[in-house]
Design a protein around this ligand. Sequence first.
Ligand SMILES: *Cc1c(COP(=O)(O)O)cnc(C)c1O
Length: 434
Amino acid sequence: MTLAAMRRAGTEDTLHVEEVALSEIATKFGTPCYVYSRRALTAAFTAYRDALQKHGVLARSLICYAVKANSNLAILNLFARLGAGFDIVSGGELARVIAAGGDPEKIVFSGVGKSRTEMHAALKAGIHCFNVESASELDQLSEVAGNVGYRAPVSLRVNPDVDAKTHPYISTGLKSAKFGIAYDQALSLYRHAAALPHIAVKGIDCHIGSQLLDPLPAAEATEKILALVDQLATAGIALEHIDLGGGMGIQYRSEEAAPTVADYLAPMLNKLKGRHEKLLFEPGRSLVGNAGLLLTRVEVLKHGEEKHFAVVDAAMNDLMRPALYDAWHDIVKVMQSGIPGDGAGDTANRTSLPYEIVGPVCESGDFLGHDRQLALAEGDLLAILSTGAYGMAMASNYNSRPRAAEVMVDGAAVHLIRRREDIAELFALESILP
Ligand SMILES: *Cc1c(COP(=O)(O)O)cnc(C)c1O
């Protein structure tokens, strides 16, 4: 969630998600806890649908939610109910989508290293398409499909060699990336694919990166992909669909704006005017990122010689993005003044200081935010905003920390959608030597 999407209410000006006070969630479910909003998830999906509708392409479009951004079953199920397809990158994600009630015929399978077991499972499930990323993968897939008497539906993920202008770790469309097939090699690999007996060539795919705020690289990629589609048609290879990937960025800082879905998609969709192919999109972050926050409590305030630290009960194992990408998340107090009933009342015994917001993990890289001006006391609740994407999905048990609970707010109701792990579960799969 962004601050603008929430409201403050009550005597303590407590932050609410939909109709529910975050303080109530903390009391009932404990912290750290991921909180999602059904209303915000639905609105994000509807924004895509509306933009496609406006351009008259909704009927031939499929929005495939990129599961890796947040793979909780309740979230997958919500998108399935809204009519979404799914972009998966592993057999585990395939099983999740099916368990959540997703339609296998609306699944596309991306990723540079699909195992034969995963290929087999996806063929059996009857997925819409494999997004193939190399010549070897194509041959392996043909072999696996042949063994079970299937024809594998295939798109080639082509690397359009455009600079997405994003963080190097999440830029995927350059020649130097491990992803996709080089643009210049695509035609000959399509010819090879078309000749394989157990491959059915269906489409083309590209995905140039993540957290993209400028719509022009995606539009440029679209143009290059269309040129290739036309070249392929001339060569006798007609494609049914064009998959334009995901990557649309979201607002992380309250003082920075991100484009709306409609504005981001417009230049790309303008290039697709007058075409007949089915269109696929693979948004992840932009469907879930601003529909979630991480609720945490201040454990300890520590005033060092040079810096002030607020040690909270969430850490890099719960939210890795700051440590991994130096990502910024807004961090706000849940209650403007004090803890309800703590007697302190207001900011009287709190001095506003520039805090390093850090977790308890034994790494200097374990921070959630640097230099945040806040008036804090121990026990205060904080909300780390815009953490619906690549938050819980990247969580680990590092330092033997149980993973956080996840809840979804729906109006005035709160549903636990993943209970907090317990300590015994941390080593339940391990055994000592006989
Ligand atoms: C990660 C990924 C996506 C989703 O990216 P977002 O930036 O979260 O929208 C889509 N397609 C592929 C192939 C991906 O790897």
